[in-house]
Design a protein around this ligand. Structure first.
Ligand SMILES: Nc1ncnc2c1ncn2[C@@H]1O[C@H](COP(=O)(O)OP(=O)(O)OP(=O)(O)O)[C@@H](O)[C@H]1O
Length: 151
């Protein structure tokens, strides 16, 4: 079965059609280039990933602005990593399922996609919990100052 972007509109390859390589990469730079292309696919195809990207930029900016500690940076980095990795896995599963079943409904395709999406929700919940635990001690004094109240 050949993959034609006109046949399956869910899958939008960004590689030009005249560069349809199916052989092994011959050197490191070629492998790296395709890996970067994969990251590009994630950002181009997944609206949620773009949202996570901008949320991560804001969190990193806040981290620098509030001068959070070394341990806090580690937890923040782990939270961002968990969300981004879950989006990679989600996109891989979605793409493989679309490649195999296309627009056919299949209960196993639904389970695969829903479980993959569940992994993203799980990672986002972890990131939100980390965000509250890490930023709470830095943000609370600012809120207290703004409200001029002591809790
Ligand atoms: N071939 C299929 N068979 C059965 N159910 C499917 C199939 N394709 C998609 N679904 C159902 O439709 C939902 C949306 O599928 P779609 O491929 O559009 O994911 P998506 O909107 O890109 O998901 P996400 O928001 O996680 O990126 C899936 O979560 C699944 O429940």
């Amino acid at each position: 079965m050949t993959l034609d972007s006109n046949d399956n509109k869910k899958i939008k390859p960004i590689t030009p059609l005249d560069e349809q390589q199916v052989t092994k990469n011959s050197h490191f730079l070629q492998s790296f280039g395709h890996a970067v292309e994969g990251i590009g696919q994630l950002l181009v195809r997944e609206r949620n990933m773009r949202f996570h990207f901008f949320a991560s930029v804001i969190v990193i900016y806040l981290g620098f602005h509030l001068r959070i500690g070394r341990q806090d940076w580690l937890w923040t980095a782990m939270a961002i990593f968990a969300v981004v990795m879950s989006e990679f896995v989600n996109t891989m599963i979605e793409t493989m399922v679309d490649l195999i079943v296309g627009y056919e409904y299949h209960p196993l395709a639904k389970i695969a996609k829903d479980v993959a999406a569940g992994a993203v929700v799980f990672a986002v919940m972890f990131a939100m919990a980390v965000g509250v635990i890490v930023f709470y001690p830095y943000v609370l004094p600012i809120i207290e100052q703004l409200l001029n109240l002591k809790f």
